[in-house]
Design a protein around this ligand. Structure first.
Ligand SMILES: Cc1cc2nc3c(=O)[nH]c(=O)nc-3n(C[C@H](O)[C@H](O)[C@H](O)COP(=O)(O)O)c2cc1C
Length: 160
């Protein structure tokens, strides 16, 4: 069964709540979900997953440093993560506070790895975006995104 890692950084819990909603969607989509704070993820373990959904609070319009650090350390696996599924999510304090730029900066790193990025034709195109604590709209976006990523990973697994 496809295994999806949902990893995130948080200080005040908003991004973590989104991660848990996304995990529900992954399970609904038929894949296994593992939710782990980014500080507990060793880059060497990344090979064990078929997909990654990475979330960050917006810090000055971009991802928090520990997320960038995980990707910087993942250079040891460069080339071996190609073809995995990738997706992003973000939480800011303000509307227009940088959620989309943060999602795009995470997706940009995934594309450099050769991952296949998942977006959405409806709602939050680049990944679920929350203003503060996730409300019911964000909850729905998170669950739908998790489900999409799971289905993409399962479809790719079936092609292997
Ligand atoms: C260092 C720092 C920088 C931040 N920069 C922004 C920002 O550029 N735009 C914004 O809307 N919120 C910004 N925020 C607010 C957080 O993105 C927001 O509170 C978020 O929901 C926190 O997520 P968390 O509860 O998962 O830690 C910043 C917060 C911190 C601590």
């Amino acid at each position: 069964m496809a295994k999806i890692l949902i990893t995130y950084y948080t200080r005040s819990g908003n991004t973590e709540k989104m991660a848990n909603f996304i995990a529900e969607g992954v399970v609904r989509g038929g894949a296994e979900a593992e939710v782990r704070p980014v500080g507990e993820v060793n880059p060497a373990e990344l090979l064990a997953y078929q997909g990654y959904i990475v979330g960050s609070p917006v810090y000055y319009g971009l991802m928090a440093a520990p997320i960038k650090e995980l990707f910087d350390e993942s250079v040891t696996l460069h080339g071996r993560l190609a073809g995995k599924v990738g997706a992003a999510f973000a939480s800011s304090a303000n509307i227009g506070g940088g959620n989309e730029t943060t999602c795009l900066s995470i997706l940009q790193m995934m594309l450099v790895h050769g991952m296949l990025a998942v977006g959405s034709s409806q709602g939050d195109h680049y990944g679920p975006c929350s203003i503060g604590s996730p409300d019911s709209r964000v909850e729905q976006q998170c669950k739908a995104h998790g489900e999409r990523v799971a289905k993409a990973a399962l479809a790719l697994e079936a092609c292997e």
